[in-house]
Ligand binder design. Structure first.
Ligand code: FMN
Length: 331
């Protein structure tokens, strides 16, 4: 059984260990000028790479605007993104962008015309190609957390009657249809991942979606939650959360690697998640916000500041209020 320090090869990329920084929007960072991304982001992700994270998945980037260099894709943002990819790679990390299929500003996906979906498919494709050009090793399509692509995937939410609704194949088509075209335009070893939930809305739907995504050429699954958080219970003896259990359930039906997530706040938890065979990689979110050096705590046992799992994470509003930074380090 691999340990958290065992490298893992995904589509020919040797990822140096099994610690994955999860995608997390840094709401209070400023880009500068008209740029969404800027120096603060470059520093943040470079630090995570320097601490030893094997895989870094950048915060969610909305694909809308990619075609015209607008939204999150202005020249200044692209420059920062290029610097993130370059620095993280130089530090030995594998680094990917997370691509969101839209935002609430787009309205209900059930009201979109077929032409609207085809437009969005073009942006989803172009954003992946752009990520490759910027130097990223891959992208993750964000099918989780009730956002746009999640609404397409969820069999109860998606009420469309065209080729983007109904059957499982149709509900995933917004991304699966474009994969061959993306593959033609990116390097052979470009990783394409999907973040998804198990209950979409049933566990059977989630398992079927995961199997279909693998069949369509997805290289990696990052299993979080779908339209809402699962409440459990988890089987007796399983020390992690219901979300983490979803990753374990999905791992058993696919052969591509699965990132297990939620509530990994100590080096011991990260180790046991992988060594127990519950996930191929330990996904770490807030613990890396609380202490950007968390990966080196897992790898080398260095002291770190532990995430306090605040009821509402301060990184959603003002990261300078995160209480972890004010605590003494623990081992
Ligand atoms: C401030 C903040 C921002 C987040 N932004 C994203 C995001 O952009 N995309 C995403 O898929 N999940 C996002 N998440 C969810 C995390 O990726 C992760 O799944 C969640 O925090 C649970 O893992 P953890 O317990 O290790 O933090 C965010 C979470 C936080 C706290």
């Amino acid at each position: 059984m691999p340990t958290v320090t065992t490298p893992i090869t995904i589509r020919g990329n040797i990822i140096r260990n099994r610690i994955a920084m999860l995608p997390m929007v840094t709401f209070s960072f400023k880009g500068g000028g008209d740029a969404y991304y800027g120096k603060q982001h470059v520093e943040h992700y470079t630090n995570a790479a320097r601490a030893g994270a094997g895989l870094i998945i950048l915060q969610s980037t909305n694909v809308v605007g990619v075609e015209r260099g607008e939204g999150m894709w202005t020249a200044g943002s692209l420059e920062a993104l290029r610097a993130i990819a370059r620095n993280a790679t130089a530090q030995g990390a594998t680094v990917m962008m997370q691509l969101a299929g839209g935002s609430d500003a787009d309205g209900d996906i059930n009201d979109w015309s077929t032409a609207d979906v085809l437009d969005r498919q073009r942006a989803l494709k172009m954003a992946a190609v752009k990520a490759a050009e910027l130097g990223f090793h891959g992208v993750e399509y964000h099918f989780a957390h009730g956002f746009t692509l999640c609404r397409f995937m969820d069999a109860a939410y998606n009420q469309r009657t065209d080729e983007f609704g109904g059957s499982l194949e149709n509900r995933l088509r917004i991304v699966t249809d474009i994969l061959p075209e993306v593959r033609e335009q990116v390097p052979d070893n470009f990783i394409i991942s999907a973040r998804m939930g198990e209950f979409v809305p049933t566990a059977e739907d989630g398992a079927a979606a995961a199997v279909h995504l693998e069949r369509c050429g997805i290289d990696l699954l990052d299993v979080s939650f779908g339209m809402r958080m699962p409440e459990g219970p988890v089987p007796e003896g399983f020390e992690f959360s219901p979300v983490t259990h979803s990753g374990y359930a999905i791992k058993r039906v696919v052969s591509i690697p699965v990132i297990g997530v939620y509530g990994i706040r100590t080096p011991g938890q990260a180790r046991r998640l992988v060594e127990g065979g519950y996930a191929d990689m330990a996904g770490v979110g807030r613990a890396m916000l609380a202490d950007p050096g968390f990966a080196s705590a897992v790898l080398d046992g260095t002291p770190y500041r532990q995430c306090l799992a605040c009821k509402r994470c301060f990184w959603f509003t003002d990261h300078t209020l995160c209480p972890a930074g004010k605590l003494p380090e623990t081992l």
